[in-house]
Design a protein around this ligand. Structure first.
Ligand code: ATP
Ligand code: MG
Length: 421
């Protein structure tokens, strides 16, 4: 006698050819579909239940995997008992699980929970979970501690991004646009911290790479020599993530048709000036001191792809385009971006830890140091040289998994038009 196995999941497809009913079930804990073959001749009771089953129902099936597997649709399973644990209260399910009728991104996002019954969609979020697990593992292995900084903040924009304002008792508060100021303050008491956190940005974005609520992997390290220390840590994390995914998520990657190969360290470092030169060779002129936009990033990405390079750093940015907290070197800054195939994934650098210079930077950027007193205070008690980065989780997923729209990488995206579900 073989042991019975129990399968829990939802009926995605049903094919009734008279004496046999084929049920495609997506199990609750996997991504490989299972085809339950219910033959009248073998088990009339099971066959009767199967015939009546509605697509979309949640079932528990006891049975055994077939000894010989011939179906291409999934693992063949021979049921000896089918229990419907939950029926739909709707007549029809709004997603065609057979894949014959494609659905729009909007439909997918409206019914995200249902699309998670599709192996491809489920694979994306299993991978997301694994990315965060691998990242945590890397940080712990390297001596970091996980911290949580406030998302409700009393100070407004750090410059650049706009913030969401809300009522906070008798005052105004703002949703955190990043953990930047707080993780820097922590450098006056800890040496290595990381945070995995949502960011809120209030711009009226209308792109495939921006969300109003997105998740970042942030870190900050004290007692550094320069931004090179931070780039080394970031490329090491990226290699760890890619290698780890290739090893642990091979089934999921296969469903998404993705082959991952860990990039070689060190990633190329391309100076801002060199970027302008590369752009010029492609007939695109931008003025020195201007930030690189989507078009410029994409062209650079194409040029890197030609040389077989996916991940690269852009360094030595003009100070003008970087925020006040970045350390200045005359007209340049100790900052970097990590780009992959034409998309910015992370920004980082060495921060200004000397309070006088920091205050000057604020004034030059048109900010009032009084608004940042709580932050500046931390720099009065022997703040060490420090640096860090913020890496966008959804951006990273877009590039690793070839997703065209950032909304595919987050369960319930928040953009200008979407606040529910
Ligand atoms: P961009 O110029 O591409 O809009 P940014 O320079 O404003 O991005 P940073 O402030 O440097 O973004 O944030 C660090 C990282 O967080 C970015 O490199 C990106 O991966 C991610 N990120 C920032 N803003 C968003 C957003 N609105 N939606 C999704 N990810 C974002
Ligand atoms: Mg940036």
């Amino acid at each position: 006698m073989f042991d019975l196995e129990t399968l829990c999941g939802w009926i995605n497809e049903k094919k009734d050819i008279g004496g046999i009913v084929f049920l495609t079930v997506v199990p609750d804990n996997g991504i490989k579909p299972i085809v339950a073959v219910c033959k009248k001749g073998r088990n009339p009771e099971v066959w009767k239940v199967a015939k009546k089953l509605k697509i979309g129902s949640a079932v528990r099936i006891d049975g055994q995997y077939a000894e010989t597997q011939i179906s291409k649709k999934g693992l063949e399973f021979i049921p000896c008992k089918i229990v419907v644990v939950s029926e739909m209260s709707e007549e029809k399910i709004p997603i065609d699980f057979s894949g014959k009728t494609p659905f729009l991104l909007d439909t997918k996002l409206d019914y995200r929970y249902l699309t998670l019954r599709l192996p491809r969609e489920r694979a994306i979020f299993i991978i997301r979970s694994e990315i965060l697990k691998l990242a945590r593992e890397w940080f712990y292995k390297n001596g970091f501690i996980e911290v949580h900084t406030p998302k409700l903040c009393g100070a407004g924009a750090e410059g650049g991004a706009t913030v969401f304002e809300l009522n906070y008792f008798e005052k105004k508060a703002y949703l955190a646009q990043s953990p930047q100021l707080y993780k820097q303050m922590l450098m006056s008491g800890l040496e290595k911290v990381f945070e995995i956190t949502p960011y809120f940005r209030a711009e009226k974005f209308s792109t495939t790479r921006h969300l109003n609520e997105s998740w970042g992997i942030d870190m900050e390290v004290g007692f550094i020599d320069n931004e090179e220390d931070i780039m080394r840590l970031l490329e090491d994390l990226i290699v760890h993530l890619v290698e780890g995914l290739a090893e642990r998520c091979s089934k999921e990657l296969k469903i998404l048709n993705v082959k991952l190969k860990a990039p070689e360290k060190p990633f190329p470092r391309i100076k801002y000036d060199e970027v302008l030169e590369i752009l010029r060779r492609r007939g695109v002129e931008i003025e020195w001191g201007e930030d690189l936009g989507d078009r410029e990033e994409k062209i650079l990405g194409e040029e890197m792809t030609k040389s077989g390079i996916d991940f690269y750093f852009i360094t030595k940015y003009p100070w003008k385009v970087k925020p006040f907290y970045i350390m200045r070197e005359n007209y340049l800054s100790r900052s970097f971006d990590l780009d992959c195939k034409g998309l910015e994934l992370a920004s980082g650098g060495q921060r200004e830890h000397r309070i006088n210079e920091l205050v000057n930077n604020m004034l030059e950027k048109g900010l009032n140091p009084k608004d940042f007193e709580f932050y500046l205070e931390a720099f009065r008690y022997a703040m060490p040289p420090h640096g860090g980065y913020g890496l966008g989780v959804e951006r990273l997923m877009m590039k690793l998994l070839n997703l065209e729209n950032i909304r595919e990488a987050i369960l319930f995206p928040r953009d200008r038009w979407r606040l529910v579900p």
